[in-house]
Design a protein around this ligand. Structure first.
Ligand code: URA
Length: 197
């Protein structure tokens, strides 16, 4: 039997760059792997790149990303100490929600990223990320802020920052979720790792 190539970041980068498993790669400018600290105990997963992300090849750099940076700062987490990525690595046309088959095609890449990072805590930004990774029946308004321990990793869905930009009234709930995140990191003894100099 042929040896399986070892899983490392170079391999994941190569797989993402060469990926043509679904039609989303047609017409994009950049694939968006994700970025941040590849040794972070905290991983944040969004839906898919938007226009700015497609332009720059980086996750969460547009308006939603700027809000995300401020949300993390509100609990004293520097953004570069966490890892941020998306369920799909290519921008869906006109920012539509990725189709189930597009997410299914991309999920192995997210699993590889997760296997390499080995986070202790994962925050799922929005219903799409939560349904794709945690439970297809999730309703974000009902289930946000609730923790699930899956294979030793604590996972929590919360509102997507784009949703918060559209509906400011949801911000107090998002703040509760951020506090729950800070509490979980403290409980696991990880907060100092991320926040400490
Ligand atoms: N929305 C997402 O879900 N991901 C990004 O990278 C940007 C906006």
């Amino acid at each position: 039997m042929a040896d399986m190539p070892a899983l490392d970041w170079a391999r994941v980068e190569q797989l993402v760059e060469g990926c043509a498993q679904c039609p989303l790669h047609q017409g994009i400018r950049h694939k968006v792997l994700g970025q941040g600290d590849r040794h972070a105990p905290l991983m944040l997963i969004g839906e898919g790149p938007g226009e700015r992300e497609d332009e720059e090849g980086l996750a969460f750099v547009g308006a939603a990303g700027q809000l995300l940076t401020r949300m993390l700062a509100a609990i004293s987490l520097p953004r570069d100490r966490v890892y941020i990525c998306n369920v799909v690595k290519c921008r869906p046309p006109r920012n539509r929600t990725p189709l189930p088959e597009e997410m299914a095609a991309c999920l192995p890449l997210l699993r590889m990223q997760t296997a390499l990072i080995r986070p202790k805590v994962i925050v799922l930004l929005g219903a799409t990320a939560a349904r794709a990774t945690l439970n297809p029946d999730i309703r974000i308004t009902r289930d946000r802020g609730q923790w699930t321990l899956r294979k030793g990793v604590w996972m929590m869905p919360t509102y997507h920052p784009s949703f918060l930009l559209r509906d400011e009234q949801r911000k107090p709930e998002a703040w509760q979720d951020l506090q729950a995140l800070r509490d979980k990191l403290m409980e696991l003894g990880l907060y100092q790792d991320l926040y400490g100099a």
